[in-house]
Design a protein around this ligand. Sequence first.
Ligand SMILES: [Zn+2]
Length: 470
Amino acid sequence: MSIRRKLFSLLVLLMLAWPVPVAAQSGGPGQPPVHIVQWGETMFSIARRYGITVDALTHANGIPDPRRIYVGQRLLIPGPSVLADAWTVHVVRPGESLKAIARQYGLAWWTVALANRLLNPQLLSAGQVLRLPVGEGRAPHGALHTVRPGETLMAIAFHYGASLWDLVGANGLANPAVVLPGQYLLIPGERPSWIPAPFESLDLGPLPVRQGQALRVAVRTEEPVYLEGTLFDRPLRFAEEGGVYYALVGVHAFTEPGLYELTLVATGDGGEQAAVSVGVVVEEGGYGYERIDVPPGRTNLLDPVLVAAERERLEAVRNLFTPLRRWHGPFLRPVEAAISSYFGTRRSYNGGPYNSYHAGVDFDAGMGAPVRAPADGAVVLAEPLTVRGNAVVLDHGWGVLTGYWHLSSIEVAVGQEVQTGGIIGRVGSTGLSTGAHLHWEVWVGGVSVSGLQWLSASYPWSDLEATGTP
Ligand SMILES: [Zn+2]
């Protein structure tokens, strides 16, 4: 029996995606969005963030030297492919759909999606600002093509059966001999195919993601599929909830900032396959440096053999994946105390090299203070360890686990179910610790991430609760 396999591949470099970062604003009616240059940004990083070329950004702003920009400078962000004589701005009202808005302005819904770089056209929020092409010669219909290295305009025109001059005209190219890798081109007359069937939508957040954060991938499909995916050369593990496939990916604190490719492959009942790739931008976490001095007599705890043995013990639970999500909304703070050391800080022990980092958040809590479960979960580890002292690990589902080190006492047992706010142990200073504190870790997909993202102030996935299942 032969199985017909269709493999579509499409590179959608949607680096900005939605929500729009704080620095981006609407430039007002009739104007494209404006980006206000932040400290540390370059033309390259800004262009990358919006999925456009440095050339396009330089040209749109009439900048003579792209190396010379200043903090606070306002840059017009040119649209990636939707060309228009003029733009208008529409503020989304509660309950409005993309299709209804597009109809109101006589536009195709995907033109609006493209012009606003919406990753998930089904999710609009009230108050969101959309820019819409208006006026003569507006919104040419067509497919989006991303120029690959070495490609010429002639080759692209040939590939789509379009004329060279159609492409020049549709994209307002000044010089047809110059197209740059990564540049977007509108192919007039082609059916937009930026997400192949059976994929319906792809929603990633937060974007851009920072070192040490967790990224949520939500995939909707027209029909149930077997879904596989990879990011950072690691397989994604999906859980299905309410007809949506979710995967959480931990971004390692040492992941090089840059552009990474997320690939998804859906396999249907008949074995037919479709693939989609999306660019994911990882940004610098902005973590600091600190030197830790271990008291004499405790330095033996840094013995590499001991450290490795203990790491191996934790590996046994680190990659657990329970398909049932047990947390709902932001996590509770595990102890009522101030933070004394943040996640991600590069560390040197006794003056050695800064080749390790702080994999958790330290709370400056007093000896014996109660440590509480931040969310519902199951105890998967509860035992004394040499370096980490008395340790507890909770499994909250979907590959999300939390760890509690240096406890003076453990008050739960492996296999026990805990409820949000339930006491699991007491703050202490056991193991490699210089004083009473709680070291709290959050693991996502086997990778240590910052616990702060999971606390209410910066919890990024409240929409999961809004649109989720009962
Ligand atoms: Zn710590």
